[in-house]
Ligand binder design. Structure first.
Ligand code: HEM
Length: 420
């Protein structure tokens, strides 16, 4: 199949529901392929990693946004994301990132472990109390990340449902294509979220608290500070970038574990193996499937010359299945020699919340497997028809306490356990 046709297939509902066969069609043309006059697609691991670290590539700037999305300045959703670190280039990006990273410290994240465990336990209690099948997405995968981010930011628990709605509404703007209706929903969410954060920031300026919002308000580096607008944009992006992504890791990851009962049983018995499992779950079915970059100077990747102003789609989900990097890449194998998967990106925009997302999943999966040994899919899971953020709309499960009999077709015979 011609690369342009393969790309069109990828964007179609069918392609979005299961992008992996289309990635292989693209890969057949090479790790980097040209899909239009100044339009390129990357499926190779090494090429994706190098392009994301290459200073000749940046995120879409305002001039290009004007060209592709006239009127974007009128959209509160696009405007908020565009003014955050996620969609800015140096020097603004470096300054915002430095200030945010100073607030989002490893110590602050590590201190969230007990909060994550307590919230996960409470959600499992709820699943156990329910009669009949439970939707894992509604009962666990959505509330856990939203609860954790609200706790981190100092948002009262009572406001979590609002945050869940706003974040879900806003994530549409991360997709390569958005309908007018979806944009209207995203805009409404962005406007409401912005006014909520405006009040929260004002409250923290009056009375500082021990939370991430206060740390961002107070963040300074020499004479540098986040402007009022930058503060709001980055608070919004923390929610947008950190919520549904982690939800999808929990949903996609649970499906993979339930599909591989022997591997799941090994994790239940050895929770210390969670870091290796979570990295393999991130690789196997990446919650974020793509990002994009624009080049500012000529470059050459995968035998292809890319002129300045090339638009490059970096398919993280395809890089995660590059057989040159991961032998037998379609196989879920927590035993494989690990190398951090590119699911969190690379280079200057490498995910600021990677440690938090990993922490949530490393606590959640062993806890779910231990407290719900009979956990099993109890109906047809339904995927969200999205490409950038790959996850489930619904995932019906039976949350029984009793372990289901383990039938183990196709897992590696004789494997005693992962050796991360
Ligand atoms: C499994 C969960 C997650 C995945 C797969 C993920 C993935 C990513 C990826 C691929 C990028 C880079 C985008 C690019 O290069 O264009 C990114 C950036 C970012 N992520 Fe995450 N993320 C996750 C969770 C989180 C969490 C929990 C937070 C915070 C609460 C977060 C905050 C951010 C921020 C602020 C950026 C922008 C960094 C920058 O531009 O410098 N993410 N994430």
């Amino acid at each position: 199949m011609d690369p342009a046709d393969a790309l069109a297939l990828l964007m179609s509902p069918e392609g979005r529901l299961d992008p992996y066969p289309t990635y292989e069609r693209l890969r057949a043309h090479g790790p980097v392929v040209q899909a239009g006059p100044v339009f390129y697609v990357v499926t190779g691991y090494a090429e994706a990693d190098a392009i994301l670290r290459d200073a000749r590539f940046g995120v879409m700037d305002d001039a290009l946004r004007d060209q592709f999305m006239p009127g974007w300045r009128e959209s509160p959703a696009v405007l908020s994301i565009s003014r955050s670190m996620l969609r800015t280039n140096p020097p603004d990006h470096s300054r915002m990132r430095r200030l945010a990273a100073g607030a989002f410290t490893p110590r602050r994240i590590a201190a969230m472990r007990d909060v994550v465990r307590a919230q996960a336990d409470e959600l499992v209690d709820g699943m156990l109390a329910a009669e009949g099948p439970v939707d894992f997405m509604a009962a666990f995968a959505y509330p856990l990340p939203v609860g954790v981010i609200c706790a981190l930011l100092g948002v009262p628990a009572a406001d979590r449902p609002l945050f869940r709605r706003w974040a879900t509404d806003l994530t549409g703007v991360l997709e390569p294509e958005i309908t007018a209706d979806e944009l209207a929903v995203a805009d409404r969410g962005a406007a409401e979220l912005r006014s909520y954060f405006t009040e929260l920031v004002a409250a923290r300026r009056r009375a500082p608290a021990d939370d991430l919002t206060t740390a961002l308000v107070q963040a300074h580096d020499g004479g540098d500070r986040l402007s009022g607008d930058e503060l709001l944009a980055n608070l919004i992006v923390l929610l947008v970038a950190g919520f549904e992504t982690t939800t999808n890791l929990l949903g996609n990851g649970l499906v993979a574990l339930l599909d591989h009962p022997r591997a799941a049983a090994a994790l239940r018995d050895r929770p210390d193996l969670a870091p290796a499992y979570v990295d393999e779950l991130l690789r196997y079915d990446s919650p974020v499937q793509l990002t994009s970059r624009m080049s500012t100077a000529p470059s050459r990747y995968g035998d292809i010359d890319l002129p300045p102003e090339s638009w490059v789609i970096v398919l993280l989900g395809a890089a995660n299945r590059d057989p040159r990097r991961y032998p037998d890449p379609a196989r879920f194998d927590p035993w494989r020699a690990q190398s951090a998967p590119p699911s969190f990106g690379a280079g200057p925009h490498y995910c600021l919340g990677a440690a938090l997302a990993r922490l949530e999943a490393q606590v959640a999966f062993p806890l779910l497997l231990r407290r719900l040994p009979g956990l099993a899919v109890a109906g047809r899971p339904e995927r969200r028809v999205r490409l950038t953020l790959r996850g489930h709309a619904t995932l019906p499960v039976r949350a029984g306490r009793q372990a289901a009999p383990v039938t183990v077709p196709g897992t590696r015979p004789g494997a005693a356990g992962p050796t991360p």
